[in-house]
Design a protein around this ligand. Structure first.
Ligand code: HEM
Ligand SMILES: [Cu+2]
Length: 569
């Protein structure tokens, strides 16, 4: 038994066969959790380019209405609806979810739990293949006759099933199909995460020794599984309304459009936490490592995460304060919505307490981690106004709502992903990323991000509604001041997109020519850093056996120690 608290465990399953595999079975059809993780990650990054490009096009239209957009051309109102709908859909379902849950979960869970792979590797392979199919079906929906779906990411009927707006075309139905396929892929992936975390942990690793990011990914999977059923049923009904003229949600045929809203948001709001929790888990890992302090309140954070999960099922109708809901019901949902900010705040306080008194190293991943805390808090605080039903009557569907959820989703889907990629890059690819390029990318993203969305709060307070193609059609909104804000926001966005070039260069250059990474370059204290960099097929020569919990640093400038002295709190 070495003094690091990790001893050589039972022999790992034989993985020599992997060396003889050809390129296709080793990489394309691999059942290795790491390869599947990379496939989810690169697919998600590719989809982020599409979602980002769409935002660029419609932001240009908003700043310079009616003018031809470079790399796109003239934007019609139909194009505009299709672009915002698929921008939102892609960013949440094909970027945030695949990268934060599927890619990270696949890559990290076996490594952090000290096992050689997921318990169902072939099911894992199938989950990615269905996910890839869903992305292909979505992209095909853009190019079939009639063009992509333009009924907004919330797909509210009757608009989402109206023939008048081409939403009975295959473009719209393929959108519904793509989303349903993607959900199926995540259900399969989630089964693997839960069973591996419950049954394949390293010998000696108790439930309360599981690193917080693994817990948060598993809680996210449970929330997804518990909330997606009604929406899958709703998607089938919407598909039938579009394809064969049923009227589940169409008032003309006796259907109820508000039913869809309930089915959508019963899933939609927990969905926010489905992507938030993994990002918060990533930040926890990074701030402990770069403050060299034990995570403050491990158990508190865990129980608070469970509480958040439960509460997230009690707030959905705060999206329907103005859709004719009984105000007495509205008040109940207002209370639960305000309540849910408490557990999230508690977790944030634990993060700040972790930083307090730490020996902070401002590496690129740490900068991203810290910016998550600040930016997400801004998103959370502005949500309190919207949770108060009386205020939401004014703000509903305005740019204030839009700015609010971008101040939550951008920290989750973009900052969360950059935090994770810059932190685990050395383990994933065995090379270090360039810190200078990393910091240029960081500041070139964070400053423009605030310059894009703060003006949108102001536009929202001025009464600017969302999903409007050209504000010149509304005299009150066509003022010079407001237009200046739109141009400012768009300019900031173009600058932010340009600053993604240093990241892309850094990522691909470091992949092949970066400085070789040692096993544990950050001197972190979770098990993945015990494996070689990059982690080989099968992960560990001998599966580790642990007897102490994670995040326990003995002395700040201790050089080499994993899981040192005392047990977790
Ligand atoms: C790259 C920076 C981004 C910019 C500049 C941006 C900009 C916008 C704008 C201006 C709209 C509103 C369009 C309108 O209502 O007319 C919008 C809608 C939306 N965005 Fe973003 N966005 C960005 C990133 C993201 C991210 C990272 C997510 C989520 C992970 C996201 C999710 C959404 C959603 C869900 C909608 C609503 C779409 C709808 O109305 O159907 N956006 N975005
Ligand atoms: Cu909500």
């Amino acid at each position: 038994m070495s003094d690091t608290g990790i001893a050589a465990g039972h022999a790992a399953a034989p993985h020599e066969h992997h060396e003889e595999m050809d390129f296709w079975s080793k990489y394309v059809f691999s059942t290795d959790h790491k390869i599947i993780g990379f496939q989810y990650m690169f697919t998600g990054m590719f989809m982020a380019l599409i979602g980002g490009f769409m935002a660029y096009v419609f932001r240009m239209q908003l700043a310079f209405p009616g003018e031809s957009v470079p790399l796109f051309g003239q934007v019609t109102s139909g194009d505009y609806n299709m672009l915002i709908t698929n921008h939102g859909t892609i960013m949440i379902f094909w970027v945030a979810m695949p990268v934060l849950i599927a890619a990270l979960g696949n890559y990290l869970i076996p490594l952090m739990l000290g096992c050689d792979d997921m318990v169902f590797p072939r099911l894992n392979r199938l989950s990615y293949q269905i996910f890839l199919l869903s992305a292909i079906v979505l992209i095909i929906s853009f190019i079939v006759p009639g063009g992509g779906f333009g009924g907004a990411w919330t797909a509210y009927p009757p608009l989402s099933a109206s023939a008048e707006y081409n939403h009975t075309d295959w473009g719209s139905s393929l959108w519904v199909l793509a989303v349903a396929l993607e959900f199926a892929a995540f259900l399969l992936g989630g089964i693997n995460f839960l069973t591996t975390s419950m049954n394949a942990r390293a010998e000696g690793m108790k439930m309360m020794d599981i690193p917080i990011v693994v817990w948060m990914i598993n809680v996210a999977v449970i929330l997804f599984m518990a909330s997606v059923g009604p929406l899958i049923a709703g998607a089938v009904m919407l598909f039938l309304d579009q394809r064969i003229g049923t009227s589940f949600f169409l008032p003309a045929g006796g259907g109820d459009p508000v039913l869809w809203q309930h089915l959508f948001w019963f899933f939609g709001h927990p969905e926010v936490y489905v992507v938030l929790l993994p990002a918060m888990g990533v930040v926890a890992e990074v701030i402990t490592t770069f403050s060299r302090k034990k995570l403050f309140g491990y158990k508190t954070i865990l129980y608070t995460t469970f509480a958040t999960g439960v509460l997230s099922f009690t707030v959905w109708a705060h999206h329907q304060f103005v859709s004719g809901i009984d105000p007495r019901m509205g008040n109940i949902f207002a209370v639960t919505t305000l309540l849910i900010s408490i557990p999230i705040a508690e977790i944030m306080f634990c993060y700040v307490a972790t930083l307090y008194g730490g020996s902070i190293r401002l590496t690129t991943p740490m900068l991203w981690g810290l910016s998550f805390i600040v930016e997400f808090l801004l998103g959370g605080v502005t949500g309190i106004y919207l949770g108060a039903s009386a205020m939401d009557v004014y703000f509903h569907d305005t740019y204030f709502v839009l700015a609010h959820f971008h101040y939550t989703f951008f920290p989750i889907a973009i900052i969360g992903v950059f935090t994770a990629v810059t932190y685990w890059f050395p383990k994933m690819f065995g090379r270090m990323m360039n810190e200078t390029l990393g910091k240029i990318h960081f500041w070139g993203t964070i400053i423009p991000f605030n310059c894009i969305f703060i003006p949108l709060f102001l536009l929202g307070m001025a009464g600017q509604h969302r999903r409007i193609y050209n504000y010149n059609n509304f005299p009150d909104l066509a003022t010079e001041n407001l237009q200046d804000l739109r141009v400012f926001a768009t300019s900031a966005m173009v600058i932010m997109l340009l600053f993604q070039i240093p990241f892309i260069v850094n990522f691909f250059y470091s992949l092949f020519y970066g400085e070789k990474a040692e096993k544990n370059p950050w001197k972190a204290n979770t098990l993945e850093w015990v494996a070689e960099s990059p982690a080989p097929h099968g992960n560990f020569k001998e599966l580790p056996k642990v007897y102490r919990g994670p995040y326990e640093f003995s002395h700040p400038d201790a050089k080499e120690d994993y899981w040192p002295q005392n047990v977790p709190n």
